[in-house]
Design a protein around this ligand. Structure first.
Ligand code: 5GP
Ligand code: ZN
Length: 138
């Protein structure tokens, strides 16, 4: 297995703020969120990207992303959600373990979204994670 930070997070040897887990995927807060609550859904099986991702794992990742996205409406008052996969360096993939970004959006957030693309920081990620965990349990 290549050196992989997401495999380390899955194995529990690297820290993360986990918000959801099942037998096939885990979801945790992005360490540099473009919006508060920005979450990554990651299949437990390692693959680099769409080329070697098992289609069944893709289905499970999307299903979990859907759950997390819906929970953001409750937990973070999101009005919308972006689900994004960056596949390949040309698409700005930087971590080569397939993952789905789940990004909450709010009406009229265009300007603050552009700003947070640069700042990428949540002042209270523990509280954000707890809110999402609670909404995902309910
Ligand atoms: P990509 O550009 O590959 O689609 O996105 C990778 C994402 O992983 C980035 O948004 C980056 O902030 C996030 N990331 C990189 N390393 C870590 C880490 O160690 N922990 C967490 N939680 N997120 C990470
Ligand atoms: Zn991996």
């Amino acid at each position: 297995m290549p050196d992989c930070i997401f495999c380390d997070i899955i194995a529990g040897t690297a820290p993360s703020r986990q918000v959801y887990a099942d037998d096939d995927v885990i979801a945790f807060l992005d360490i540099r969120p473009v919006k508060r609550g920005h979450t990554l859904v990651v299949p437990r099986n390692h693959s680099r990207g769409l080329t070697d991702l098992a289609p069944g794992d893709g289905e499970k990742v999307f299903a979990a992303g859907q759950r997390v996205g819906v929970a953001m409406r409750d937990a973070l008052d999101a009005d919308g959600v972006n689900l994004v996969v960056n596949d390949g360096r040309a698409a700005m993939q930087t971590v080569f373990h397939t993952h789905l970004h789940v990004i909450p959006r709010h009406r009229g957030d265009k300007l603050s979204f552009a700003k947070s693309l640069v700042v990428r920081r949540d002042p209270n990620p523990d509280e954000t994670a707890e809110r999402l965990r609670r909404a995902l349990k309910g």
